[in-house]
Design a protein around this ligand. Structure first.
Ligand SMILES: [Zn+2]
Length: 314
């Protein structure tokens, strides 16, 4: 097949590294930037397509580091709009337990379309619901991502600690450890792409301290180390979660993370609101990443992520 060469010609403005003059635009061949043109410069070879970018600003695609695509379907559901995190989750779990492959595909496409319209080209999704009939949730998401042409880090989430064992989610939403680990391994082998140009990557993502067992945290870390993929989870989002960890494990959240072998550069965490200065220093030294979401924190009114302190700690 002949190469597709597109000239993004004369943009109104363009953001490049080191203030490089790129007012002539960019040449893209099969989706990769092959030439950066200075003002008045033309492409070295003829292009199959020229896009007049005079009324456009060109910037790198934004990256979303934590999403739950499936939640686009329940985003404005009235019974939970005013609830704190735990009651919000407990009211929604039974609704989410009725998710089907068709609904998940629809939700994923809506979420991806919204992201694309906002300038986001890569997204990490945290999917941890695998009720009966939706065992292949990540496969469904892979298809949606490919259909819309985005890049995604699809995280194989999990819940293994149900209400019956002192966890938060109802039993019909949790899976056995063995099932989780086998599916995680299958997904990595089937979909995880490595190196430049990877479109789909898989990470392992037990949901949160109050919905998974320490055993699945440890086993996920071991599997991620062995197969060289990333680890993701929610941590320190609310004081209810901190209380849960103190009561159940006798540990604060970061100590718990450390105790299950997760305090390292392979891990990135969602939220990170309630860390003390010592914990922030430890997270920085370990190279653990934190992603935060101010609008979610404002909605819950349960704290703000100390982003400047986290940045300063590395
Ligand atoms: Zn989340």
């Amino acid at each position: 097949m002949p190469a597709t060469r597109i000239w993004l010609k004369n943009p109104l403005a363009i953001f490049t590294a080191n203030g490089l003059d790129a007012r002539g635009g960019l040449v893209l061949q099969d989706g990769v930037i092959t030439e950066v043109l200075a003002h008045g410069q033309a492409p070295a070879q003829p292009c199959t397509q020229v896009f007049d970018a005079r009324e456009h600003v060109v910037l790198p695609g934004l990256i979303n580091t934590h999403h739950h695509f499936y939640q686009t379907l329940t985003r404005a559901w009235a019974p939970v709009v005013n609830q704190p995190l735990f009651p919000w989750l407990k009211t929604l779990y039974p609704v989410w337990a009725r998710l089907t492959p068709e609904k998940l595909a629809l939700a994923s496409k809506v979420a991806l379309a919204e992201l694309l319209l906002s300038g986001c080209t890569t997204a990490a999704d945290h999917h941890y619901l695998f009720p009966d009939g939706l065992e292949n949730a990540i496969d469904v998401q892979v298809e949606s991502v490919r259909e819309l042409g985005m890049r995604a880090m699809l995280t194989r989430g999990s819940m293994s600690l149900g209400e019956a064992d002192g966890g938060l989610p109802p039993q019909q939403t949790v899976q056995q450890g063995q099932v989780i680990l086998e599916d995680s391994q299958r997904l990595i082998h089937e979909y995880h792409e490595r190196g430049d140009g990877a479109q789909i990557q898989i990470a392992l993502a037990p949901c949160s301290p109050f919905s998974v067992t320490p055993e699945i945290m440890e086993a996920s870390a071991e599997l991620a180390n062995r197969l060289d993929v990333r680890l993701h989870t929610h941590l320190a989002e609310t004081l209810d979660e901190e209380d849960f960890c103190l009561q159940r494990f006798g540990l604060r959240t970061v100590d718990y993370l450390d105790s299950v072998g997760w305090l390292g550069p392979r891990t990135w965490l969602a939220h990170g609101i309630h860390f003390n200065p010592d914990e922030i220093a430890r997270l920085g030294a370990a190279g653990t990443g934190i992603c935060h979401c101010p609008s979610s924190n404002m909605r819950l009114a349960s704290g703000i992520c100390p982003t400047l302190d986290l940045l300063a700690a590395g």
